[in-house]
Design a protein around this ligand. Sequence first.
Ligand code: C5P
Length: 227
Amino acid sequence: KKKIIIAIDGFSSTGKSTIAKLLAKKYNYIYVDTGAMYRAVTLFAKQNNFVDKDFLDDNALILNLKQITLSFKFNKNLGFAEMFLNNINVEKDIRTLEVSQLVSKVSTISEVRKKLVAEQQKMGENSGIVMDGRDIGTVVFPNADLKLFMTASADKRATRRYKELIDRGDNVKFSEILFNVQERDRIDSTREDSPLIKANDAIEFDNSDMGIQEQFERICSLVDEKL
Ligand code: C5P
């Protein structure tokens, strides 16, 4: 059977990774969460003190990019791959609000994007992949077989993200999550290098009021048409 590349882009917390994981499971594809890679680079910058309050030392990070090795390792119990930074599992550490507050700034740096995009393209060489992010259908795989673009109201998205963080025991306020979601969208959509935009040939899904299951079924029929 033919193996394809599925690109999923969209604003933060629109359920991209939920859909991507379901697709990967159903079609036996590899799922790559590119946001986790930008988050891991951000964590590296924090760990090495390239960040002081809101100030990020871009040059120090750029000079040290070679020290960063990213890898995904599949966790059977979870059913998806976890992010490793220099061979250490950082899956939990990259999902904090602190990392979320800095990641969009890190993601504006072209040298960072160049490194990660090259790694992502390599992972897609053999197709059979579903990748989510902000520039997958526009920059990483402009020839992807199927492109999806996810949206939802900021309030719905912040509510989802807030619940995720509270459920895992983080002490956060809804207002700061809402602010973070909107601020990231603003930075991601307005940056010069690879801004978040819908590719011309992407199919848009607004899931403000649509359940994941209904959406997943619709997306599966789009995938099946391509196989
Ligand atoms: O997907 P997630 O919300 O974890 O992504 C975190 C951040 O990483 C985004 O807000 C964006 O700044 C950056 N990102 C990106 N390009 C991608 C994936 C994520 O710039 N392909």
